[in-house]
Ligand binder design. Structure first.
Ligand code: NDP
Length: 272
């Protein structure tokens, strides 16, 4: 019998990653013969680790912190959403080519629209943060045709620079600092800052949350001050676990051509 196809998630640190569990579950569910492992790459050894993995028969890899920008530079072909993100989280190895894609933002959109049933089209959408995660979400959110797409960041200059850069790719959005959000409200507020990691509150007015709003924090596994504020304002709140599972499902489909059902795994991990 042939060895199963090899896949991996590459990062540093990597021991905490849920990707091996997620992908091995998808493989079992869809009957795909593959092996998916976690690979720790040295901080100065990402490219070598990828080439070693290809030489050992690797067919594809997910890339996580801190290597997504390096993966972008390593790829010999990029999808439009990877180009807009300036970062790659999914590599596919075919012949001599390394295909780079970014499934994070599409995973977010799928979690919000499918799993949570919150519309994006024609809605007022606010994205907080201008780091790597925010950047990866903008093109897929823009593609859903929201009525407004506003990018706000603690350091307004970073949001403005990102908006200017994306404008050249036809992605139009408004950029501002948190101060300029006073008196405005949104139907979908997405926190793509890392403030929750240090339990820091964001200086956001309560009026931001429209009555029907969904407040979504990309962070998962804890209730962040952003989520707590949204709850106090009486709106629906979600964390980023669904995004994590959906971005993995999209990568799995790119590699294997079959779409796993994410519902049972999401329920299982939520229960845990
Ligand atoms: P970065 O370090 O690239 O960006 C950090 C961003 O957070 C910047 O915009 C920064 O603002 C802002 N920020 C940090 N601290 C504060 C604070 N106290 N108040 C206001 N703004 C703050 O991080 P990433 O973009 O890589 O990650 C962001 C979050 O997304 C992380 O929590 C990460 O875990 C999560 N994530 C979740 C994923 C999922 O699948 N669910 C996937 C990817 C990321 P400034 O520019 O002013 O410094």
């Amino acid at each position: 019998m042939n060895d199963p196809d090899q896949y991996a998630v590459i990062g540093n640190p990597i021991a905490h990653s849920k990707s091996p569990l997620i992908h091995n579950r998808f493989a079992a569910q869809t009957g795909q013969a593959l092996r998916y492992v976690a690979l720790l790459a040295p901080l100065d050894g990402f490219t070598t680790s990828v080439h070693d993995f290809i030489a050992a028969g690797g067919r594809g890899a997910n890339v996580t912190v801190p290597f997504k920008e390096e993966a972008y530079r390593l790829a010999t072909q990029l999808s439009p959403r990877a180009r807009a993100a300036g970062a790659v989280n999914t590599l596919t190895f075919t012949g001599h080519e390394i295909l780079g894609d970014n499934t994070d933002g599409a995973g977010l959109v799928r979690d919000i629209s499918r799993n949570l049933g919150q519309p994006i089209r024609a809605q007022r959408v606010l994205l907080l943060g201008a780091g790597g995660a925010a950047r990866g979400c903008l093109q897929p959110l823009h593609e859903e045709s929201p009525a407004q797409l506003v990018l706000a960041n603690r350091t307004p200059g970073k949001a403005l620079a990102l908006a200017n850069e994306l404008q050249a790719q036809g992605i139009l959005l408004e950029a501002c600092g948190f101060d300029e959000l006073a008196g405005r409200s949104f139907d979908l507020i997405i926190n793509a800052t890392s403030a929750g990691l240090s339990d820091s509150a964001l200086a956001l007015p309560d009026s931001l949350f429209a009555a029907n709003a969904l407040a979504y924090d990309l962070l998962y596994g804890r209730v962040t001050p952003f989520m707590a504020q949204a709850r106090r304002c009486g709106v629906r709140v979600a964390d980023g676990l669904g995004m994590l599972i959906e971005q993995a499902a999209i990568a799995f489909t790119l590699w294997r051509g079959v779409q796993p059902d994410t519902t049972p795994l999401l329920a299982e991990l939520r229960g845990a």
